[in-house]
Design a protein around this ligand. Sequence first.
Ligand code: NDP
Length: 447
Amino acid sequence: MPEFDFDFFVIGAGSGGVRASRVAAAHGARVAIAEDRDVGGTCVIRGCVPKKLFAYASHFADDFDDAAGYGWTVGHRRFDWAALLAAKDREIARLNGIYKQLLARAGVELIASRATVVDPYTVSVGGRRLSARHILVATGGKPYRPPIPGAGLGITSDEAFHLPRFPRRIVIEGGGYVAVEFAGIFHGLGAEVVLAYRGEPLLRGLDMDVRRHLSDEMIKRGVDVRFNCEIVSVARGADTPLVARFASGAELGCDEVMFATGRTPNTAGLGLERLGVALDANGGVIVDHLSRSSIASIHAVGDVTGRQALTPVAIKDGGKLAVTLFAGKPAAVDHEAIPTAVFGHPPVATVGLTEEEARGRYPDVRVYRTSFTPLKHTLSGRSERSMMKLVVDAATDRVLGAHMVGSDAPEIIQGVAIAVKLGATKAQFDATVGIHPTAAEEFVTMT
Ligand code: NDP
């Protein structure tokens, strides 16, 4: 008789949990994964994937406009929100099925129920108590709504993927990833968008040139960006479905108010606090470099930890954890220089240090910056400009950070990230021959 029911019990079948369970099973572990919603987690069901599909949908508006400069006459255009939702739902259902198949083929037992942790080696799930040598908490996070009157009348990104009617006028609060991406999506699809951010400029934490450039471009496009602006209440309106009231006293009628005001880790009700698992101020599980919590048999990966809330990070941490536990060799993920992108209009992508971070860590920093009209827009007539920037340590010539705002930035920075990760110098960037004519070649020709 084995000592435990399972070698590995995973709570939450999102990106991190699924990867960890599959890798663990591949190493011979007996694995169960509990999930009370669809399989795939935030990224697949209500995050990255549907968001990117929506972003594609909204970019067609630009394409139709830009085509005229190239001799095209585009006929009457009409956007059908219900058709987009249905197409997106079909794709998410397909992915859901694939995830389930992957788990089944790996021999992972999927338990369609909510699990809680009873003691360091026991979970309670679907009325049963099951023991496991190792428990993984991979329960992700959920959108946070500020505690203001009428907050419940607003939506978050969760609901934005299922709105029964397309909002003609939407007020989005926040200035981070989700706010910028959804402002671009709804604006591109034809809505009037007010983006209310309590700070200035957008995307705190990124390089200041990136933040300013992106903010300017969004304003140029017609998003009504309001800085230093906070919603203090939401109420039903007489002339419009909702009215948002701001700290300034101003009021705005709209169809929807969306809170894109950050996310909180899903730890409430899991039983972790009772067991003494250390949590951070935001409720995230505190983990070490091997994804171990303060209790040796309980681990955590993904958005439920305080680490960067990015799918590829959760996947890498999940895979390495399984290798650590079941292949007998401790494997940690290097969390330095993780590239990231904001799929806004225009998109942003970045890897490594911002200029501000570099100046705080290195005595002498060289900065290379370029801003230009992409070739495509010489004929389209669009006034959008792209911006690229390299941050270099003057003492070693090493490229510490690469940043871009503009078309294809995420696709371009992914490649540049390899060079930054490898510690490439500016001289090595310069020795690389560009591909002409591209925007990407600017990264190897900056002086
Ligand atoms: P972010 O932390 O990126 O942004 C939250 C925003 O809400 C900030 O602008 C913040 O302001 C503001 N805010 C927070 N609390 C309040 C409040 N009480 N009142 C008013 N404004 C408030 O969170 P997101 O939800 O946008 O994204 C969460 C994470 O998910 C991201 O950090 C990212 O890691 C990940 N993500 C990644 C994506 C991608 O890879 N493309 C896409 C979407 C999400 P302030 O700046 O002042 O703190």
